[in-house]
Every structure is written in C-alpha cells, then in structure tokens.
Design a protein around this ligand. Structure first.
Ligand code: SF4
Length: 352
C-alpha cells in the first residue's frame, strides 16, 4: 500500500538531497529508485511521451569545454539543413506518429528568429504537434518571435549550478545570463526545460544537489540529466565519463522533487549503457527522445563520440520503442505530452 507521503509532493532540502545522492548501490539505491518509480506512476502515470529530435545544424559560436560541436573543433565537418529539409524531416516524423518535434542545434545565428518562426509554422501546419526548440541563448525579443509563431517549449540546460565551474567550462558565458534566458522563456509562456551534466570535472555531490535544487527553483516543466562523455577533440578529452549510478540517482531525486515534470531518458545515458532507456524509465523517467534527423547528417552532430542516437533507425525506432514499453508494462502516449500544469491548470498534488 502506498503511504501518504508518497502521494504528495515530497519536500526535500539540500541535506536530504545530498543524503539520497549518497545512497549505496544495493538496497539503498533500489529503495530510492522504487520510490521514484512509484512517484512517477502516481503523478504522471504510466504513459511515456515520445519526442522526435531533428539536429538541424552543428555550427556553434560557443566553445564549451566538453562539447564536440565547440567552435574551435576544426576536425568536424559542419552542416546546416535548409528550412525545407527541416520541415520535411518533421513531416516524416509526424507521419510516423510523433506528437512533438524537437528542433536542436548548436548556437547558430545563421538562422534568424524569423527563420525559426517560419520553420515552426511550417511544422505546425502539418498537424496537431508540439514544437520544442533547443537552440541556445537568444534575446527576449527573438524568443518572443518564436513563441508568437507557435513554438510551445524550450530546452536550455543550465549544465551546472556552480557559477565558477560554469565560467570555467563555458568561456565567455555566465550562469547569470543562462538563468536570465530561462526566466525570459518562462515569462513568454514557453514550457521550459533545463538540466545538467553529471561527472563534470570539479563537480562533487554537493554540486549535483545544487543542480537539483536549481531545477526546483526554476520550477521546470522538463529536466534532462545525462552523464558527461569525453570527446577526443575537446580540452576534456582525458576526463573520465560521468557515473551512470550517480546519473540515475540524480534522476530519481529529481522525480521526487519535481513530481509532475517530464523527465527524458538522455541519449548520453543510453550511449554509456545499452539498457539506459530501461534503467531511466525505471527510476523516474517518462520521456524518450529518438533521433529522426536524416541519416546523412547524424554522424556529424557529434557532441560526444558513438552516440546511441546513431543506432536509431530513420524513424527513430518508434515501433521498437512501443514493444519495449509494452514489455515494461508501460505504454506509449498518444497525446502531445504537454506539461502537466498546462493540461490540468494545476500544480498541486492530487488528492490521495
Ligand atoms: S554544448 Fe551547445 S553551446 Fe556548447 S559548444 Fe556544444 S552545441 Fe555549442
């Protein structure tokens, strides 16, 4: 039987979060993951939302220390999809059954806000589908142009809540600006997602606790939590990958602290572990984001090598995912999978 505390939003302070992140493998982590799984089931149900990602440009003006798309990586062949190509790829995704299309790129000012707006309108004219943008930092007025065109959601990970670490890893950028962008997006009515990387150099367990606390402060609709994976053409080439167990613990605690949030299985986790989707869906996750970028571009969107997304078929493997979910006793959502508060107009806990 479910206890009363499991059917209400759990109030956790930084000490509670740190203690849970310190859970030892075995009984302690199993208990944490089971609690997160019950919380997920109670607050957002068994449905898993499937979002099709189109990585439309690997150009980037930034130089993040951990990312293969960084400006100074001269070993990467760069590409940009045309607006027609992007809309065509989205249309294929919609025909395959996707109800959300995620447009992702490096920070590439080649695409003006009006370009993104027109692409968004083109996709939305194909059906009742949500459009999520993941294109980095822009001005408030640029975000407003995209929102006016019908863009529904925006993903902008804070990456790390430690301002000094943020500065070291993101030359020329600041956590303050990042947070300002997130606030701007919220003020425009976007469903907003953030997230962070587990295993960055200089990060410790208290930093991860701060990352989760920040997600709560931001009151995110979505949160992506993935392990660091080194890329050979970056300054962090020799740094070891992030810990899968810590990533799963962070995901589970985030489910407890943001029970209504949409929490995806990150591609980075699936890259480190073949069973990453299964693991993450079992400890709080409720979203899968297959890659539906045309095959000729996929290898070039190399944030880190050997991405699991390279294994996805052209349509992202939506049928195979349905089979996997059924075997887990879960089901593929047939809705757009909007933020719970948009669907119900509430943020309070359901009565138990
Ligand atoms: S993490 Fe994003 S902003 Fe940073 S270099 Fe990579 S694509 Fe560019």
């Amino acid at each position: 039987m479910r206890s009363k505390t499991e059917t209400r939003e759990t109030k956790l302070d930084a000490c509670d979060i740190t203690r849970m992140l310190e859970a030892c493998p075995g009984d302690e982590t199993e208990s944490l993951f089971a609690f997160a799984d019950r919380t997920r089931k109670h607050f957002v149900g068994d449905s898993v939302h499937i979002r099709g990602i189109i990585e439309f440009s690997n150009y980037c003006t930034r130089n993040c220390m951990y990312c293969g798309l960084r400006r100074d990586n001269r070993n990467l062949l760069r590409y940009r999809m045309t607006p027609d190509e992007i809309v065509a790829a989205a249309k294929n995704g919609i025909l395959s059954g996707y109800r959300t299309i995620v447009l992702q790129s490096g920070e590439d000012p080649y695409y003006s806000a009006s370009d993104i707006a027109r692409i968004t309108e083109g996709i939305k004219s194909c059906g009742d589908v949500a459009v999520t943008l993941s294109i980095g930092e822009r001005t408030l007025s640029e975000y407003a142009t995209m929102r006016s065109a019908g863009a529904d959601r925006f993903l902008l990970k804070h990456e790390t809540a430690d301002a000094e670490l943020y500065l070291r890893l993101h030359p020329g950028a600041s956590l303050e600006t990042r947070l300002e962008c997130l606030q701007n997006l919220k003020s425009l009515g976007f469903q907003v997602g953030s997230g962070f990387i587990v295993g960055l150099p200089g990060q410790d367990i208290s930093t991860v606790a701060e990352d989760i606390t920040l997600l709560k402060l931001l009151d995110c609709d979505m949160a992506g939590i993935g392990p660091f994976i080194p890329h050979p053409d970056t300054p962090l080439a020799l740094h070891p990958p992030g810990d899968v167990m810590m990533t799963l613990k962070a995901l589970a605690v985030t489910r407890l602290i943001l029970p209504y949030a949409n929490l995806p299985v990150t591609t980075a986790l699936s890259t480190l572990r073949n069973d990453g989707r299964h693991l993450a869906l079992s400890c709080g996750g409720n979203v899968i984001m297959p890659n539906i970028t045309p095959a000729k571009y996929r290898e070039l969107y190399e944030i880190y090598p050997d991405s699991a997304s390279l294994r996805d078929p052209e349509d992202g493997g939506i049928r195979e995912i349905a089979v996997m979910l059924e075997a887990m006793g879960r089901k593929m959502s047939t809705t757009r999978g909007d933020s719970f508060r948009r669907e119900t107009g509430t943020r309070g806990a359901p009565s138990s």
